[in-house]
Write a protein that binds this ligand. Structure first.
Ligand SMILES: C[S@@+](CC[C@H](N)C(=O)[O-])C[C@H]1O[C@@H](n2cnc3c(N)ncnc32)[C@H](O)[C@@H]1O
Length: 228
């Protein structure tokens, strides 16, 4: 899968408002994760695959003097992030690729990513870049909605039209260890809003019926916490 194909897919998402919709879809899980990140004053934070930058802005406001940078391969997502930004928030955005991060070694205290890293055309390279740009002792906090064994996610690659690395939890742990991380912890995070009401459910490309959506919901997102 080429970066051009990924960028054009997500440019379309940005133009059709799906970039902003993700704040609602991902918001509750990300809020729970951010609550536990213990971001300290002055932290340097990277948001990989920032989309329209809503999480980048939350990260930037987590403590005084935090500098958050969002990177995304989609120019339209980054343009939208810049439009939604405010000079009062210490966040900025760059068009870039996970596999060639334009930052010095050891720059960041924390690398965060929501629902993005598994689109990488070269996952091993992306993870080694995350490791490279982290300070010693720095943390990667990576959240994914689709992983092997989560019900109803088998068709996502097809539905999105892009290749996804749908790994088992053991394979994610091994991939982070191979990239050089010393400790890797995996957790599941459930959206506290629940699966909702069956009568409000509308079938779509990812979920054909309410039962499959409910099973997906009950498995939760995968949160990978890795220390350099
Ligand atoms: C599903 S969206 C998630 C966006 C955001 N994290 C959110 O939760 O709203 C995935 C994002 O990752 C970006 N992305 C995917 N592969 C990438 C790569 N190899 N390098 C940089 N960005 C990439 C896409 O352009 C897209 O904006």
């Amino acid at each position: 899968m080429s970066h051009e194909r990924i960028a054009s897919t997500f440019d379309e998402w940005a133009h059709s408002g799906r970039g902003e919709n993700m704040e609602y879809g991902h918001g509750d899980v990300v809020a729970q994760v951010l609550d536990e990140l213990s971001i300290r004053a002055g932290f340097q934070v990277l948001d990989l695959g920032c989309g329209v930058g809503w999480a980048t802005r939350l990260l930037a406001q987590a403590a005084p003097g935090v500098q958050a940078i969002g990177v995304d391969v989609s120019p339209a997502m980054v343009a939208e992030a810049e439009k939604l930004s405010s000079l009062r928030i210490r966040a900025r955005y760059e068009v870039g690729r996970f596999e060639a991060l334009d930052f010095n070694d050891g720059k960041f205290d924390l690398v965060f990513s929501m629902e993005a890293i598994y689109y990488s055309p070269d996952l091993a390279k992306a993870l080694s870049e995350v490791h490279r740009v982290l300070k010693p002792g720095g943390r990667a906090e990576i959240v994914l909605d689709c992983y092997q064994g989560r019900p109803s996610t088998e068709h996502w690659s097809e539905a999105v039209g892009l290749h996804l690395h749908v790994l088992s939890e053991a394979d994610w742990e091994a991939a982070f260890k191979t990239a050089g991380f010393t400790s890797v912890e995996l957790r599941h995070v459930l959206d506290r809003r629940g699966a909702g009401d069956a009568s409000d459910f509308e079938p779509g490309r990812c979920f054909h019926d309410f039962a499959s959506y409910a099973a997906y919901h009950d498995a939760g997102s995968l949160w990978i916490r890795a220390v350099k």
